[in-house]
Ligand binder design. Structure first.
Ligand SMILES: [Zn+2]
Length: 212
């Protein structure tokens, strides 16, 4: 079945994570979690070397108006039917690239990329997946030197016709000759808020299990 946008990926995540995300009302995005941002939302809260290639799902507001973190056990469902094309180590875990067919965004191929994950054992390049399949959980970051909370990085992209998935690495997602990156917030349904950066930086420092 072809993947059609927009997709209610928030609801898919909630369904895949009951009861943990059952009270999710809205995502909370630090400005640095948004597409093409140059802000870091971790470490020294400085500047990224390259505009953010997607969005980061990490924080949400619950029904009691509290800010919550998603945990490293969070299940990651795949957005549509397709095939795993590449998996590679990223900075915090592994990235999984899934190729789909679409015709309402592009004619032909479309990629969804789930990064900073711990893939399920049977998820390998070449494997066919169905919409809603749990392909991974979010990687734990407690041993990472990056001082960053566990989160799902999501990229959506149109691959160039001659894109090769051999030896795929993160930098290929930064090459517009090979990948046309799209803003996931235009293609996935999500209620969200973007709070003041300084107050959220303080919250992130205070709530992190590792001292900054
Ligand atoms: Zn990210």
């Amino acid at each position: 079945m072809k993947i059609l946008f927009p997709i209610d990926y928030t609801q898919m995540l909630i369904n895949a994570n009951q009861p943990a995300l059952g009270d999710l009302c809205a995502w909370i995005f630090h400005p640095g979690m948004l597409f093409n941002s140059l802000d870091k939302w971790w470490g020294d809260f400085g500047t990224r070397e390259f505009p953010h290639e997607g969005i980061d799902f990490c924080l949400y507001q619950n029904q009691s108006d509290q800010t919550q973190k998603i945990g490293p056990e969070t299940n990651i469902p795949v957005m549509g039917d397709g095939a795993v094309r590449a998996m590679f180590k990223d900075y915090l875990g592994q990235a999984i690239i899934v190729e789909h067919e679409t015709d309402n965004i592009a004619k032909g191929k479309f990629l969804t990329v789930y990064a900073h994950t711990k893939p399920q054992e049977d998820v390998q390049p070449g494997v066919q997946v169905k919409k809603g399949d749990i392909i991974a959980t979010i990687a734990d970051t407690k041993h990472s030197k990056a001082r960053i909370l566990p989160h799902l990085h999501l990229s959506l992209a149109i691959p160039a016709a001659d894109l090769s998935y051999e030896e795929f690495v993160w930098n290929i997602m930064r090459d517009p000759a090979r990948i046309t990156r799209l803003d996931p917030l235009n293609l996935v349904k999500a209620d969200y808020q973007v709070p003041d950066k300084d107050s959220l930086n303080k919250w992130l420092v205070d709530s992190h299990p590792i001292r900054f």
